[in-house]
Every structure is written in C-alpha cells, then in structure tokens.
Design a protein around this ligand. Sequence first.
Ligand code: 13P
Length: 257
Amino acid sequence: MAGNWKMNLDHLQAASTLQKLAWTLQDAKHDAASVEVVVLPPFTDLRTVQTLVDGDRLELSYGAQDVSPHDSGAHTGDVSAPMLARLGCRYVVVGHSERRDDHGEGDELVAAKAAAALRHGVTPIVCVGEALDVRQAGRQVEHVLAQLDGSLAGLDASAVAGLVVAYEPVWAIGTGEVATPADAQEVCGAIRARLRETHGDAAADGVRVLYGGSVKPSNVAAVMAEDDVDGALVGGASLDPADFAAIVRYQHHHGGR
Ligand SMILES: O=C(CO)COP(=O)(O)O
C-alpha cells in the first residue's frame, strides 16, 4: 500500500504525518510483513523521512516520486537514482500521469528512468493508465498494454518480477471517480497476462500490480478483492494518516479477503 503525497507536505509536516501514521499502525498491531506500507514524499522531505524511519526503526518503506534516467552530470534540477539509494529509498514512481501530462514524458523516457532505478537497487513503481476519451472509446486495455510494453522496454524477466506496476486511470485520479472493481480487474488482469506472455510466469507472478485513483477507506476493500489487484497507490487519502492507516488495514475495517 503506497501513499503518493504528490507536491504536498513540507519536511516538517512530513515528520508529523509519518509519526502519526506509524503510531496508528503500531496501535493497531499492523503486521508489516503481510502488508508493506510505503510513503512517497517530495524530494525535500526524504532526508527527514530517512532519519525518522532509521532513528525510530519504523516499519515503513519510502521512496521518491521521480528519478533522472542519468546517474550524474549536467542535468539541472534532476535527482539521480544513486542519490535516492543513498537516502534509503526502496521505491521510485516513474511515469505517473501527472508527469506524463505536465512534463510530456513518454514511454521511452519512463523506461530509461525505470532502468536507472533498477541499476541502483531502487524498485520502480511504473504507472500506466488511460484518459477518459480512451476509456469512452473502449480502448483502455490496448492503450495500457502499449504503455506497459513501452515503459518496460529492455527490462529482463528478473527485473520485471521485482517491479511494481500501478494502473491509474487518469479520469479517476483526484476526481472522486473510482473505477469499479471490475474496471480495475479488467486492466490489472490484462497487465499480468501481458507480462506472462512477454516475460514468463516468474515475472507475472512476482510483479505487484496496484490500482490507483480516488482510493479511500470506504472503497479499498472492494477493489482489493479482485484477483489481480495486489495493492493500492493512494494520492489524496494518503495525506491523512488516519485514512491511510485505515486503507492499509482494509481487511480489518471492511472484511476484505
Ligand atoms: O494519482 C494517484 C496516486 O498516484 C491517485 O490520486 P488520488 O488518490 O488523489 O485520486
């Protein structure tokens, strides 16, 4: 269960949010071995998050929201995978729709970013998803699979087995419009089936497929009940530690699988 904070919470707010999240999960005796909890704060928060997680031995993982395809050099404003690795980032989001849209990132760049992360032991969370017009035309599966093929270009089966892929329909992000569990399953199932074809069983069975888009404590259990949804990538609701903890612990609150 991953919380993408997007461009919210400065490093002071990050510290209090993280502490509240950790206490809430601890009070609920959350078993971190069964459901991994990940926060994805802005770059400027990462050192603070690292210090807290290490110092207080919090059972939380963290990562960044973007990474350069390059390891170092003249790339003003970018942050490299070695830098993220040194900060203890276990994950990094690549290809979020907000970066694809705001910064014109295409599949080739996303694949280069995923490869950069993997070179330095950081697990990419590769985001794919269709816009509303594509869904209305009924072309969501072919669209997402083309994005997936492009965004994972060049990765071998063992790399894919360790990956996280997040299906986030753009029309469901920040809109309150959640895909139905069947919508999420259709595309998440197609993603896993495609990876089985292209990279084999170990890759398809190892990859973790997340759903993202207006996930809330009230709707998470239904989407998690689908076969090919392994977790959630949560935006807005992850900013509230009580809501995010409730999402992480969806089985206990809503009787999911
Ligand atoms: O984009 C998302 C997570 O990466 C989803 O955001 P919301 O949960 O705010 O819809």
